[in-house]
Design a protein around this ligand. Sequence first.
Ligand code: 13P
Length: 282
Amino acid sequence: MPIVALREILTDAFEHRYGVAAFNIVNNLTMRAVLDAAACAKAPVIIQTSVKTVRWEGAAILANAFREMAAGLAVPVSLHLDHCPDRKVISECIACGWNSVLFDGSALNVQENTAQTGAVVAEAHAAGVDVEGELEAIGRVEEGPGEADQPYSVEDAVSFIQSTKVDCFAPAIGNAHGLYHSEPSLDGDRVTAIVEKVGVPIALHGGTGMSQAQFDDLISRGCAKVNISTALKIAYIDAHKDYIGRFPHVYDPPELARFVHGAVQDMALDHIRRLGGEGRAW
Ligand code: 13P
C-alpha cells in the first residue's frame, strides 16, 4: 500500500535533506496528474487540499478518489489538509482518512493557538493522523511579498512546537502565497535555529516562484515539505486557455482533460525534480 503517514515521508526527506513537493490539487484531474508525475519520477509526493476544495468537492469524494488512485502506485503518497482554522473540517477530514492536517491557528493569540493546536494533535494522533502547526500567519503576496510578520521569537516557536507536539512546523520567513513580484528575501537562519533546537521537519509555504538557490538552501536547512499551489493553478487554467485557443471548434472533453493533465503533470515533474525528490521513493 503506497499511502503512508506524513511523518514517514518527512522523516526520510528531513534525514536525507531533499524536499517533498506538496501540491494543492483542485479536483480529480489534478490529483491524477500529480500522482502520475510522482510515479514517473519515482518520488514520494504529498497531495494537499485547501478547505475551499474540500468544501466544493466533498471530503469523502476526495478521500475515496485518493485511495483509488493511490492503490495502483508504487511510490509513497500522503493526503494532507492545508491551512484549516475550522476544527469541524479537521475532524471531518480525519474521519474520512486524511493522513495529516494543518491546523491554522495563526489568527488566535499564542496561548489559544497552542491550546487548540495541542487539542488537534491529541485528536489526530489518536486516529493515526499527523499534524502540521503554524504560529504566525503566512500571508499572500498581495499583502506584501517578503514582509510576512514574524511577531514571535525562535524561542516562542520552539515552545509552541514542544508544547503542542506537532509533527511538522510552518514558520513565516518572508514567504507568501501567490506570485512573487520579485525574488523574496527569505530568513533561512530562522529555519536553521528552529531545526537545531527541536529537530522537527519544516514546511516551506509559498513555494511557487522561489529560485533554485533558495530551494537548495532552505532544503539543506531542514525544509522537508515544500508547498506548491499557484504553479498548479496556473498550469491548469493556462492549459485550458491554450487548448481552446488551438482548437476553438473541438468539443471533446476527454481530449481537453488529457491535454490539461499533461500540462499539470509536466509542472509537477519539474517541481519534484527541482526539490531533489526524483528517485527517492522506497
Ligand atoms: P504558492 O501558492 O505560493 O505555491 O503557496 C502554496 C502554499 O504555501 C500552500 O499552503
